[in-house]
Design a protein around this ligand. Structure first.
Ligand SMILES: *Cc1c(COP(=O)(O)O)cnc(C)c1O
Length: 507
């Protein structure tokens, strides 16, 4: 990110403290886009920073500024990731860091802060209280206090997210390789939307400033619409925005397990973000913890992107805005993929994805079997698939997508056919527990398959879920009426609907 250093507030390059942060990939969420019928969803993969969150950018510039100012001891209050990132960078700069966190942040994150040699003070109260304690401590001791969103260095650092998105999107649009710097080869581009999970609001405030500077420089034409997503149990900004308030109402006692986002007192950041949205378009939205955990599992299973619950809040918000029609199918959306999973919170894995293997009863006591999941004793037992599903679908992309969704169910054998005649043959020989069926296909179409199955006493009770790309006429719907379990429209169903449909059909 130091390729933009002319626009960053460090005077002397010798003071730059770097761990290789920035220039993270801009990845297309291909499977997700296919499922939602939105082909232009991109992830700015900030998980790939040195400490796995976009706070690495902030730490790099803020700690470099401390270095430039000759700071030797610094104090920071954090919901977790800032303290981790600052710890790593402070270590390199030879600055002693005092990190104030709350007792609700996961123990693994606290240990990560401590690994770098920072002093960790765990405050048994809210984040907003921890901030006050940290400020008092810094004042008493005469140590440098990181002022969060009021810190120039921190905010300026976030501009680099915008610079990179515009540069990379420009390259992508021109058919180039977005991992290479674009420079002046292709016009830089602003996405239609920038979406982020918001706590204190540093990210979006800085990112929008970045787009504004690019516009002032004549490099892009507009600023994106901004979607700030907050978790329902601590949504001072989103709730105030919906009420049309000019000043945010604070949340005194956050009620969420997603501690990264537990800023109850947004202060002026709210006014700045609200103004940006009123001027350039966008919205603020809330999602529940549960919606975020669902989105987390879905992103991991659909596109191989495992994020921390705070980041999943942005994805849950994306789904909500797409469903509400606020984000339209052709629009280009960039989601700040702000931080990597800490799969330490057991409830986020949830489904039966883990098994403990005991090789020998006598050895069993040596293993820690406290993780969830079944216990198996031989490798034959590892594969516990019982049920068969046949997918009949001629579109390769759709087939891959449906297969991907089914694969994450550990109890399913999957068979496929790309043609109606072969499909019906497979259904006859396998007699599966479920059939997933496309309607328009070469050979034999889906209607004929359904009818053939109904006329066969061995097949007539096998549940069928139809997944179709087109709107059906009244007559066509009649043909299927009473013969199928569910009808799903491609490009508009969510993984949960398909999974629920499958679960019900397999009962
Ligand atoms: C800090 C953080 C956020 C919230 O960012 P703000 O811009 O400070 O509101 C979201 N996700 C992750 C992973 C974070 O670390």
């Amino acid at each position: 990110m130091w390729r933009y250093r002319e626009l960053l507030p460090i005077c002397n390059d010798e003071n730059i403290i770097t761990l290789g942060e920035g220039w993270t990939p801009l990845l297309r969420a291909k499977n997700l886009g296919l499922m939602l019928g939105h082909p232009n969803i991109y992830l700015k993969d900030e998980r790939q920073g040195p400490t796995n969150s976009f706070k690495d950018r902030q730490a790099a510039v803020a700690v470099s500024a401390m270095q430039e100012a000759g700071v030797k001891e610094a104090v920071v209050a954090s919901t977790g990731n800032v303290a981790i990132a600052y710890s790593a960078y402070c270590t390199r700069a030879g600055i002693k860091l005092w990190a104030f966190v709350t007792n609700s942040i996961p123990a693994e994150k606290v240990r990560e802060i401590a690994i770098y040699g920072s002093e960790v003070i765990i405050v048994a109260s809210t984040y907003d209280d921890a901030k006050k304690v940290a400020a008092d401590f810094a004042h008493d001791k005469g140590f440098f206090l990181d002022r969060g969103i009021k810190s120039i260095a921190a905010k300026e650092a976030m501009k680099t997210v915008a610079f990179e998105i515009a540069e990379q999107l420009g390259t992508l649009r021109a058919g180039g390789d977005p991992s290479m710097p674009n420079g002046n080869r292709h016009p830089w581009q602003t996405p239609d939307w920038f979406i982020q999970a918001v706590s204190g609001g540093m990210g979006p405030v800085g990112v929008m400033k970045g787009f504004q500077e690019l516009k002032d420089l004549g490099l892009v034409e507009k600023l994106p619409k901004l979607a700030c997503i907050q978790v329902a149990g601590c949504a001072p900004m989103a709730n105030s925005f919906k009420k049309g308030l000019a000043v945010a109402e604070n949340v005194e006692e956050p009620e969420t397990d997603i501690t990264t986002l537990a800023t109850g007192f947004p202060g002026e950041a709210y006014q700045v973000l609200r103004q940006l949205i009123l001027e350039h378009g966008g919205t603020m939205e809330t999602v529940t913890d549960q919606e975020a955990f669902n989105a987390l599992r879905m992103m991991a299973k659909m596109d191989g992107i495992s994020v921390e619950p705070a980041t999943a809040v942005a994805f849950a918000g994306l789904f909500k805005l797409i469903r509400a029609g606020v984000i339209r199918p052709h629009e280009t959306v960039v989601v700040n993929c702000s931080g990597h999973t800490f799969p330490v919170e057991k409830h986020i894995v949830g489904e039966n994805q883990m098994r403990n293997m005991v090789l020998n009863e006598a050895e069993a006591h040596k293993f820690d079997l406290t993780d969830s999941g079944d216990i198996v004793t031989s490798h034959e037992d590892i594969d516990q698939r019982q049920k068969h599903v046949v997918i009949v679908e001629d579109n390769e992309d759709s087939l891959k997508l449906i297969r991907r969704i089914l694969q994450s169910h550990s109890d399913l054998h999957i068979d496929e056919a790309a043609d109606g005649v072969i499909g019906l043959e497979k259904i006859r020989t396998i007699q599966p527990d479920l059939v997933l069926l496309d309607l328009t296909m070469p050979g034999l179409d889906g209607f004929s398959i359904v009818e053939a199955m109904k006329g066969d006493k061995h097949l007539k009770d096998i549940p069928v879920i139809v997944i179709t790309a087109r709107d059906l006429s009244v007559l066509e719907r009649k043909r299927l009426d009473g013969k199928i379990k569910a009808l799903l429209q491609k490009g508009s169903f969510m993984i949960t609907e398909l999974v629920e449909g499958i679960q019900q059909a397999l009962l």
